[in-house]
Design a protein around this ligand. Structure first.
Ligand SMILES: Nc1nc2c(c(=O)[nH]1)N[C@H]1C(S)=C(S)[C@@H](COP(=O)(O)OP(=O)(O)OC[C@H]3O[C@@H](n4cnc5c(=O)[nH]c(N)nc54)[C@H](O)[C@@H]3O)O[C@H]1N2
Ligand SMILES: Nc1nc2c(c(=O)[nH]1)N[C@H]1C(S)=C(S)[C@@H](COP(=O)(O)OP(=O)(O)OC[C@H]3O[C@@H](n4cnc5c(=O)[nH]c(N)nc54)[C@H](O)[C@@H]3O)O[C@H]1N2
Ligand SMILES: [Mo]
Length: 668
């Protein structure tokens, strides 16, 4: 997202700041990215390839040369392919390097090899993306910079001050300068919530009910836009007839835990605003019925017609409107289809996949031993003696500790790449600022080196980063396709906003789909609805608390865990309980506590705070076991799928919290 300016002395990045000349970054970066100088220069960086010299998971390694490492990998892969076929290989590469080539070419390597394919992103955004796609279509939403035209901004399930600082800065400025009203809907009283005009501490997993309740009031009070509904939407009649009568304010209050008065206030604010923008967050989708939640909220601007107004509508992701020739990098050659492995089921598939089993795993730019649900299964899978694991990372992560070969990765500051902003309409060439540390090599570079050793003949594996980027731009359409190469490669940020007069819909009907045939075929309610989830209800009867998961302010996932300053800033891994819940359990602020359910036990420090409601336990971020009292939060989370997009359901986790001493006694 951020456009950065790096100051380099003697080949070392010494200072990093947001680019003052890029209109959206506007001269600043968040507290984590500001510290990427410490990340790239961290004494904990890996500097040479390593070969395992102790048992799997022990973290014992000895340095080897790149030639030795690459030869060993290629030899093993060729032998496995010969015996079991290419499906026995799995490339598990994800998004830590946000560059289109450093991210894409690793996938391109495995695509060309014909290996099992990663259904990537299910740990993150496939649920929200699918829900958006069946509702609005695979197309970007509003331009966040149009918030300068909004009179109301609703942050619904996003902690913008943590994960979207530039948009948040525009909102805060709008509030100060023009009286922009800000509403935050979040079970946690986040930093963003504290700055809001109206904050609704919604019960986890009840957003669809709230959205339907607002629709109910909009219709009751004549605040809907019938002309827009008739012209641009499909199936609203069914929703009006069958669904909305079930969601009067009183019932919505019971479901969501909100006050009727607040629900009425929100509906009136929304219905009466001229240009209301909803920033949809992924928070509401990290649970069993996450798709229905996001879909119901994304339908709201269709009831009022705000989708047609500049500064109105909704934003989720923006990538779908940047149309590049991605296949050039991600799918250079290889079979049209291959066996798929769901990103969040790594543990399960390492343990149970057959015909052939996964025998070789290549992990790049993610850390599944911490960030994937069912971590116990992931660890067990990674411990398999007959699995050949390679991990490419700048740091010795919890996942890398299980590897047979560890390769040192270059950071984004040490590579050339083309970036497409996450959550905004910008594209930019990011030039290498410093040479890689030690012998570190980029994802792009290693993908090419392995392709060569595996005998792949695709041209993309021989091109320089800039020439490979030109392949991405060939046949690109829209503003990205029209970008002038000279300007682009000089590093000038390119605005790729669509310049629409209103939200276009790329659904099968070409309309905003209140009724989705696609969902009906998938056996999901084709109209938005809210019902209790039976498995959640059963688990809630057994365990008194529900997990709330949100980004940590200084340790979001694990990408910043190599920076000592940020680790200390965030503090030792902790959880948050409401004072009532802490008191009931006799737990004091600062105590070591154990979080447990049928799946496992985790030891964290306790913070007692009313920023969460009774009945939930908030665990910010995903922190490595080595930093915690014991374990990591995903030991408690199942690998069940969401209703749409086969995504992760971290927040369908129920548990209890007790004193840690009791856990120690039990273990002894
Ligand atoms: N600087 C920085 N920016 C980042 C990242 C980073 O690491 N650093 N990570 C990126 C990534 S990978 C992602 S996925 C995005 C995520 O960014 P967003 O999609 O914007 O979501 P989050 O900011 O994670 O906020 C989730 C919020 O949802 C709330 N929430 C949880 N459950 C519910 C619910 O049931 N209903 C409602 N209404 N709210 C709920 C949580 O309390 C939390 O405050 O951020 C990206 N941006
Ligand atoms: N319980 C729970 N679990 C979650 C979530 C949650 O809300 N709750 N959120 C989920 C979400 S939204 C996401 S996106 C995932 C994120 O989880 P991951 O995708 O695992 O992301 P990180 O933990 O940030 O790990 C990134 C790794 O890449 C490395 N790295 C950085 N740059 C490079 C590079 O250029 N090349 C290579 N090869 N490596 C690099 C970093 O050192 C780090 O080890 O976690 C998911 N897990
Ligand atoms: Mo994510």
């Amino acid at each position: 997202m951020c456009s950065l300016v790096a100051q380099v002395e003697d080949g070392k990045v010494v200072r990093l700041q947001g680019d003052p000349d890029q209109p959206y970054t506007a001269g600043f970066a968040c507290g984590k990215v500001n510290r990427d100088t410490d990340n790239v220069n961290s004494p904990e960086r890996l500097t040479t390839p390593l070969r395992r010299s102790g048992p799997k998971g022990s973290g014992k390694f000895a340095p080897i040369t790149w030639d030795e490492a690459l030869d060993e990998i290629a030899t093993k892969w060729k032998a496995i392919i010969k015996e079991s076929g290419p499906l026995a290989l799995l490339g598990y590469a994800y998004s830590a390097h946000q560059g289109l080539m450093n991210r894409g070419l690793v996938n391109g390597l495995f695509h060309a090899l014909g290996s099992s394919r990663l259904q990537a992103g299910t740990v993150c955004d496939t649920c929200c993306e699918t829900a958006w796609d069946v509702t609005v279509g695979p197309v970007g939403g509003a331009d966040p910079q149009d918030v300068v035209h909004s009179d109301l901004m609703i942050s619904w399930g996003a902690d913008l001050a943590a994960t979207n600082v530039h948009f948040w800065a525009l909102c805060e400025e709008g509030k100060k300068q023009r009286g922009l009203k800000i509403v935050v809907i979040d079970p946690r009283r986040t930093r963003s919530a504290k700055a809001a005009d109206l904050y609704l501490p919604i019960r986890i997993g009840t957003d669809a009910a709230l959205a339907l309740g607002i629709m109910h009031i909009l219709l009751r009070d004549g605040l809907s836009n019938r002309a827009y509904i008739a012209a641009k939407t499909l199936g609203f009649d069914k929703v009006e007839r069958d669904i909305l009568p079930k969601f009067p304010p009183q019932r919505v209050a019971e479901i969501t835990g909100l006050a009727v008065k607040d629900i009425e206030t929100l509906a009136a604010m929304y219905g009466k605003s001229k240009a209301a923008l909803i920033r949809l967050g992924e928070g509401m989708t990290r649970l069993a019925a996450g798709g229905q939640a996001l879909r119901a909220v994304a339908l709201l601007p269709g009831v009022t017609g705000h989708y047609d107004v500049k500064g109105g509508g909704a934003i989720l992701l923006t990538a779908a409107s940047c149309d590049l020739n991605y296949a050039a990098v991600r799918k250079p050659s290889g079979p049209a289809t291959a066996r798929m492995v769901n990103h969040l089921r790594l543990g399960e598939e390492l343990l149970n996949m057959k015909d052939p089993p996964i025998r070789a795993l290549y992990v790049s730019a993610n850390n599944p031993a911490v960030t994937c649900p069912e971590v116990h299964k992931v660890q067990k899978g990674l411990s398999r003696e007959d699995l050949f694991t390679v991990v490419h990372d700048p740091f010795m992560t919890d996942t890398a500790k299980y590897a047979d070969i560890v390769l040192p990765a270059a950071s984004y500051l040490e590579t050339d790449d083309l970036y497409r902003a996450y959550g905004a309409y910008w594209m930019q060439w990011g030039q290498q600022a410093a040479p890689p540390r030690g012998e570190a090599r980029s994802n792009f570079d290693v993908a090419q080196a392995l392709a060569k050793r595996m005998g792949l003949g695709d041209r993309i594996f021989t091109l320089s980063p800039q020439d490979a980027a030109k392949e991405l731009l060939k046949g690109a359409t829209g503003p990205a396709g029209a970008a002038d190469h000279h300007t682009l490669f000089a590093g000038t940020p390119i605005n790729i906003a669509h310049g629409w007069d209103g939200q276009p819909f790329k659904t099968p009907s070409g309309k905003l789909e209140f009724y989705s045939e696609h969902l009906a075929r998938d056996g999901v309610s084709p109209v938005p609805d809210w019902e209790p989830d039976p498995i959640e209800v059963a688990d809630a009867a057994k365990w008194p608390l529900r997990l709330l998961t949100a980004p940590g302010y200084f340790q979001a996932h694990t990408a910043f865990s190599g920076v000592d300053f940020l680790r200390r800033r965030e503090g030792k891994p902790f959880c948050i309980l409401h004072p009532e819940d802490a008191k009931k359990r006799g737990l004091a602020d600062g105590a070591e506590v154990r979080l447990f359910n049928d799946r496992g036990t985790v030891g964290l420090l306790l913070k007692v705070s009313d920023e969460v409601q009774p009945g939930v336990v908030l665990v910010p971020g995903q922190r490595p076991s080595s930093e915690a009292v014991s374990g990591t939060v995903n030991m408690l989370c199942s690998d069940r799928y969401t209703d749409m997009g086969e995504g992760a359901t971290y927040q369908s986790t129920y548990l209890e919290v007790g004193p840690w001493s009791a856990a120690k006694v039990a273990a002894e």
